[in-house]
Design a protein around this ligand. Structure first.
Ligand code: GDP
Ligand code: MG
Length: 453
């Protein structure tokens, strides 16, 4: 929907060309962050990321309504903040802002910034902050390669202080693995910049759309917290690889939270879930389901209330507008250059890391079964039987574990596992044979001694 907004417009500051090059539009960036009212303020960078056609831009446009009702901005410095609670606007007002649409054609891929910046002074300490809103477009559509996705994701994470990860339905294990991979990429690019806590990035918010299990975890941020605890918990019996994904996510962000939103109703999303959208809908507040309105209202109030706004930090230091500009330019350049190892190699190393964890787990299992059965072996011919049994069990664990990577990875690491087990076997076989021989010799000796008596 292309309803023009009276105070600002989206600027596609970074996009990918047909041949996968990163194209940066510096003009609007400079205009925004060198603005006299912004360059000396500390920056809050609010960003949303996730698969496309899941209501990201739609959500951001309601965030813009909240921000315009609560804060002055560079383009609209004297906005009347009379009744900030009425921010959703009139029931029939068409939604404007970041372009959101019900069609099936794809928007530009890349990072889009709202060119108007919100200005606020924190009451308690007089600190002046500037709030910038960012949207990512085209992530995870059919035409964007996993590598481009990871580049957008990494960039979005690097340049935001609040990263909303917009997901639909439930959080899936492969999404967490993907998050790890993309964050790993960002961490690699960030190199030595990390917060005072040692964590490179600030807030990560899982935003789950079309949540359908409110009986298990209620809508909103409280239910979100309990759902987050449920899916991000490192449990003692959990497989090592699942633990490591969770530990990695915890170690990368200073604060992680979650919120659950209901399905917005047929007028917003059409008949089916994510399949057929209502083409005539103009985004107005009135047409949404009542429970969705309540949850959306509370959530935006909660996420954007001033106590929750987090400033962009590098090495523990808050960035001012002019520094933020330099930082963003630096990262955009890095992603344009050949200096950064291709996402491919980080992807490979992430897959490798995870596979090695899994291989370790399978080998432990092999060792355990072999040692457990060791005492049962009384005859050399039984050794290969125990070996095969234990090896098959380990290979089965490998086969049944959820893995990143493709079938080539699957075969390659299966071979590696098999090789390592066979190596262990040859050591174990030699030792066991020697043991059994020793036992037999001793038996013979005792028998002889008995006979001689
Ligand atoms: P984006 O590609 O993620 O930015 O998605 P858009 O904001 O462009 O929205 C895509 C479509 O999803 C629009 O037709 C919206 O009306 C619809 N939509 C908005 N919010 C939701 C939601 O919470 N659930 C569902 N199922 N659809 C939504
Ligand atoms: Mg969008």
């Amino acid at each position: 929907m292309g309803h023009d907004h009276p105070h600002g417009k989206p600027e596609n500051v970074l996009k990918f060309s047909q041949d996968n090059k990163v194209i940066v539009d510096e003009g609007p960036l400079k205009k925004m962050f060198e603005h006299p009212d912004v360059k000396n303020r500390k920056i809050v960078a609010f960003s949303i990321i996730g698969a496309y056609r899941k209501g990201k831009s739609f959500f951001l446009d309601y965030c813009l309504r909240f921000l315009y009702a609560n804060f002055p901005s560079i383009n609209y410095p004297n906005n009347p903040v009379e009744s900030p609670d009425d921010w959703p606007g009139s029931e029939d007002e068409p939604l404007a802002g970041f372009s959101w649409r019900s069609g099936s054609t794809r928007d530009t891929t890349g990072i889009v910034m709202w060119n108007d910046i919100f200005l606020h002074t924190i009451e308690t300490n007089g600190e002046k902050i500037a709030i910038v809103v960012m949207d990512t477009q085209g992530l995870f559509d059919n035409e964007t390669s996993p590598m481009d996705n990871s580049r957008i994701f990494a960039l979005g994470t690097l340049i935001s202080s609040i990263q909303v990860l917009n997901l639909s339905g439930v959080v899936q294990e492969d999404q967490l693995q993907y998050l790890q991979f993309a964050t790993e990429f960002a961490k690699f690019a960030a190199d030595d910049s990390h917060g005072s806590s040692g964590k490179p990035f600030q807030n990560l918010i899982f935003l789950i759309r079309d949540w359908s299990n409110p009986d298990d975890h209620a809508f909103g941020t409280e239910g979100g917290e309990s759902y987050l605890k449920y899916f991000l918990k490192v449990k003692s019996g959990q497989k090592e690889e699942l633990k490591s994904v969770r530990q990695f996510i915890h170690s990368s962000f200073e604060e992680i939270s979650c919120a659950l939103l209901p399905h917005p109703g047929k007028s917003v999303a059409g008949g089916g879930r994510n399949i057929q959208q209502n083409k005539k809908y103009d985004g107005n507040w009135g047409a949404m389901d009542e429970d969705f309105k309540i949850e959306l209202f509370n959530l935006i109030e909660n996420l954007l209330k001033t106590e929750r706004l987090v400033m962009k930090k590098i090495n523990g230091k808050d960035l001012k507008g002019s520094e933020f500009l330099e930082y963003v330019q630096q990262y955009f350049k890095l992603f344009q250059s050949d200096k950064l190892p291709q996402a491919q190699s980080i992807y490979e190393s992430t897959v490798e890391k995870q596979m090695n964890i899994l291989i370790g787990l399978c080998i432990d299992n092999y060792k355990e079964t072999v040692y457990k059965n060791q005492d049962l072996i009384s005859n050399i011919s039984q050794i290969p039987v125990f070996h095969n049994m234990s090896k098959n069990q380990a290979l089965l664990i490998y086969k049944e574990s959820k893995k990143m990577g493709n079938s080539d990875h699957e075969t390659k690491f299966k071979k590696e596992l098999s090789k390592q087990i066979d190596k262990l076997f040859s050591e174990w076989k030699n030792r066991s044979e020697a043991n059994i021989k020793k036992i037999e010799e001793e038996k013979e000796k005792t028998l002889k001694a008995l006979e001689e008596k």
